[in-house]
Design a protein around this ligand. Sequence first.
Ligand SMILES: Nc1nc2c(ncn2[C@@H]2O[C@H](COP(=O)(O)OP(=O)(O)OP(=O)(O)O)[C@@H](O)[C@H]2O)c(=O)[nH]1
Length: 154
Amino acid sequence: MSVGDRTVTLGIWDTAGSERYEAMSRIYYRGAKAAIVCYDLTDSSSFERAKFWVKELRSLEEGCQIYLCGTKSDLLEEDRRRRRVDFHDVQDYADNIKAQLFETSSKTGQSVDELFQKVAEDYVSVAAFQVMTEDKGVDLGQKPNPYFYSCCHH
Ligand SMILES: Nc1nc2c(ncn2[C@@H]2O[C@H](COP(=O)(O)OP(=O)(O)OP(=O)(O)O)[C@@H](O)[C@H]2O)c(=O)[nH]1
């Protein structure tokens, strides 16, 4: 993917969503820089399962940026009454856990490109931030410069 003048290659692993495969899934997300945790917008229990995975990721991979992804948004376009997971509730939850939220459809492609673009852009920002702190170290007595500040709040 292109981010500015850089090309970023994403390695993507699709892990099983069932808690039953918890231990096996760990093998896949160990060391992951980003996780897209999906739930079905028409099924409230799937959002509960998504929260389980968020907890799991947060406890095992602190540095992993989380993206919440509501799926099947095309079904809501057809009939709004099919929505079972409230957008604002998830947005509040996303803010709490410092995640970003996308509502997507693999059928129509809605917001899919935007989601992966954001993953790549955030990765580049965080990598730039790490290079900067590795090169120069961090002077805790110094006021944060704007670049440093914006990276931390991505
Ligand atoms: N209408 C609609 N159906 C979808 C969409 N995405 C997936 N589906 C349907 O939902 C069902 C499950 O899709 P999967 O892609 O297997 O879901 P999954 O989350 O990968 O399932 P696991 O591998 O069991 O974790 C299939 O019948 C898909 O056709 C979507 O965006 N819109």
